[in-house]
Design a protein around this ligand. Sequence first.
Ligand SMILES: *Cc1c(COP(=O)(O)O)cnc(C)c1O
Length: 388
Amino acid sequence: MKDIPYGRQDVTREDIDAVNRVLRSDWLTQGPAVPQFETKVADYCGARFAVAMNSATSALHAACAALDVREGDIVWTSANTFVASANCALYCGATIGLIDINIEDGNIDPIDLEERLEKAARIGRLPKVVIPIHFAGEPCDLRRIHSLSKKFGFRIIEDASHAIGARHEDQAVGSCRYSDITIFSFHPVKIITSGEGGMATTNDNALAEKMSRFRSHGITRDHQQMYTKSDEPWYYEQIELGFNYRMSDIHAVLGMSQMNRLEHYISARHELAARYDESLGELPITKPLKNQENRTSLHLYIIRLKLDQIKKSRRDVVKELLISGIGVNVHYIPLYRHSFYQRMGFCRANFPATEKRYQESVTLPLFAKLSQESQQRVVTALREVLTE
Ligand SMILES: *Cc1c(COP(=O)(O)O)cnc(C)c1O
């Protein structure tokens, strides 16, 4: 029997036809499909602008640069995230601070955030930017983080790599109602994919312009922005340092085609999660929390083992499931556990909730095209491993 992965893309005939049409067109690199994809995502989210890039990591870097993060600045993010949420600030020369989580949903704990902000204010070490994650697709408490940003004077970048299609207070994540910029990832394990790809949404024209210059070497063709007055028809000007973070049209049409099925993907994930919720009833685990005020995009279905009721370690549970062909995973190895971040002085004792959640977590396979039979195999294997 084939192994069941924890996440997998769904590529349809329409997706393949769309990519084929681009391959036969005049544009392979950034052409007409990129702005069309940007408009589609911006409209869906209810944001004014969207800037596509070749990954969410690039988009996080561009977002930090647009908010003028530089050497001497401090950026805070969650201890429970993928390394890219923190690395982006280091690319700009800033230093990183980490915040502990709410153990139930894995998101930044606003109480811990407020306490750390008060301490930081006393010693004059407040962050310039805070990067909350919508962990596993469950929107974090942005309204509270936003009100703290007013009190303590920081900017907000939402890392919504997990959360396209999620809703919070009746708005799509990405509307930037409570933030400066929102970042999406279109990596194949995420909700929709463009192969590799990412996007930033914002309601601020200046930030959108900065990010689109940043993704293309810092070059402008707008004479208003140039320092040199020129009427030469070939003239363009690099006015600051940027990168080549452009998305190609090949990737953009794939992402655009996948956007047509976003609602279908979210409801498929909800149906699968409901089936897990039902069938895992009596096992010694904690099921994922769903906040009724939000719509989670259900990027990940993470159970937490009640280790005091199980005779095995988490490592053995994961190993046995992997041997049975069930592609379980763990999200995430907390940032402070990576040697690179340990060398900056982070220590797990300061993040008790992140640490406890990490020790108990197992991510089960969940993706739109997970069949009922495969899901049943996951449930049966898990039941065997946990009760034998
Ligand atoms: C996947 C992911 C990223 C990086 O996305 P890429 O598109 O692969 O660069 C960043 N942050 C989080 C939370 C992610 O899950």
